[in-house]
Design a protein around this ligand. Structure first.
Ligand code: APR
Length: 235
């Protein structure tokens, strides 16, 4: 069975990574438009660098939770029939063992050089304006997709949605496009659709089925259920 899973901030919430749209509407004390737009970076690069440097450093203090691990287990069994598309910029899916992961909004552990256009693994700070190891120009920015920019790997994602038999959206509020439209794409091409979220998302009415609760509980239960259903295929 071909399965596409979309994850958002809710899948990492129980690991201690804050979601974007908390009750106060702030992302760790910042308005999203003050740190996650190209305009914010042009206007105050040091504020933006400090913000992402802190997020990057915080990764070492968090661990994958049962939801990340259950998705890695599902990939183990489905192989190339599985694609995990995440809006998250943390590396918790990889640390849980997932390999077929598309980070459509980029990654904290990656830098993008505005001088030569290269993307490269990056673990340290960017606040000190370090030179690009490839071209030497001091124009490294966080390799994250800001509002107004085009998400990564859209061709690969749209192709997978076209072929999917099951599309599952986990821990996302369903307000940010194009990810919020994936359920529509998948349904148009015949997929069954399921939402797993703490509360009904903005797009809940688009899904065939919706379950509410914490991802750390809902996702392992759903994966068990799916594997039992596919049991014959795996012996
Ligand atoms: N389990 C499941 N869902 C949860 C949990 C949990 N433990 N905790 C929170 N949620 C749900 C919330 O109810 C909410 O619907 O996760 C969702 C998180 O929503 P957002 O904070 O809006 O995050 P996300 O949907 O990933 O944001 C999309 O917006 O700011 C941009 O680029 C950023 O990738 C991000 C995009």
């Amino acid at each position: 069975m071909r399965v596409v899973v979309l994850t958002g901030a809710g899948v990492s919430a129980e690991s201690g990574v804050p979601t974007f749209r908390d009750a106060d509407g702030l992302w760790e004390g910042h308005r999203v438009e003050d740190v996650a737009t190209p305009e914010a970076y042009d206007y105050q690069p040091s504020v933006v660098h400090r913000f992402y440097d802190a997020r990057r450093a915080a990764l070492s203090g968090v661990e994958p939770n049962p939801a990340h691990r259950a998705l890695a287990r599902l990939e183990d069994l489905l192989g190339d029939d599985f694609l995990l598309v995440t809006q998250n910029i943390d590396d918790l899916h990889e640390r849980a063992g997932s390999a077929r992961v598309v980070h459509m909004h980029g990654e904290l552990l990656s830098a993008l050089c505005r001088g030569c256009g290269q993307r490269m693994p990056w673990e340290g700070e960017m606040s000190g304006h370090p030179p690009c190891p490839r071209c030497g120009v001091s124009e490294l920015r966080p390799d994250v997709v800001w509002f107004g920019e085009i998400p990564y790997d859209m061709d690969r994602i749209l192709e997978a949605l076209t072929e999917a038999e099951l599309f599952v959206s986990i821990g996302t509020s369903g307000v940010v496009y194009p990810a919020a439209g994936f359920v529509h794409q998948a349904r148009m091409h015949g997929a069954r659709t399921l939402e797993l979220n703490l509360e009904p998302s903005e797009g809940v009415s688009m899904f065939h089925e919706s379950r509410q609760g914490p991802a750390g509980t809902l996702v392992p239960a759903w994966v068990e259920e799916l594997l039992a259903r596919l049991g014959g295929a795996f012996g």
